[in-house]
Design a protein around this ligand. Structure first.
Ligand SMILES: [Zn+2]
Ligand SMILES: [Zn+2]
Length: 137
């Protein structure tokens, strides 16, 4: 394999961004990844960054998938019940003119739990859409 820019010189690697063969003179490097010197360096940099973000998102997704949607939904329903109980207790405290401030705490816990429930439901829908086989178990 010869260099894209120098047809008579042997290439030592390929650009990660555009795939061209590069000789020692044409090769650039971003975080240990080869690319065209002065041409694809910025592309490679954004590529590495978006890849890292994608990998992180995928890892979180895999972790959720491993837990299993049915287990996740069971926890979600428990949390939904807890959210309703806490909200109910908080509202009841408010009606009773509770001055201790514990009704505010109850309301807060209820709202946080409720938001988590919404998040879990959205996440499980996403997993079902992407991986219907694993999710149906
Ligand atoms: Zn390139
Ligand atoms: Zn070259």
């Amino acid at each position: 394999m010869k260099c894209f820019n120098h047809p008579q010189i042997d290439a030592i690697g390929f650009c990660r961004a555009c795939g061209r063969a590069l000789c020692r003179e044409c090769v650039g490097e971003v975080s240990g990844i080869l690319c065209c010197k002065g041409r694809c360096e910025s592309n490679t940099k954004t590529g590495i960054e978006s890849e890292a973000l994608l990998r992180e998102a995928r890892a979180q997704f895999q972790a959720l998938k491993k837990v299993g949607v049915s287990t996740m939904m069971r926890t979600t329903w428990l949390m939904a019940v807890a959210a309703i109980l806490f909200l109910g207790a908080g509202i009841f405290g408010k009606i009773q003119k509770d001055t201790g401030g514990s009704s505010n705490l109850m309301l807060l816990i209820g709202i946080v739990a409720g938001l988590r429930v919404v998040f879990m439901i959205v996440a499980s829908r996403q997993i079902r859409k992407v991986a219907p086989n694993t999710a149906s178990k």
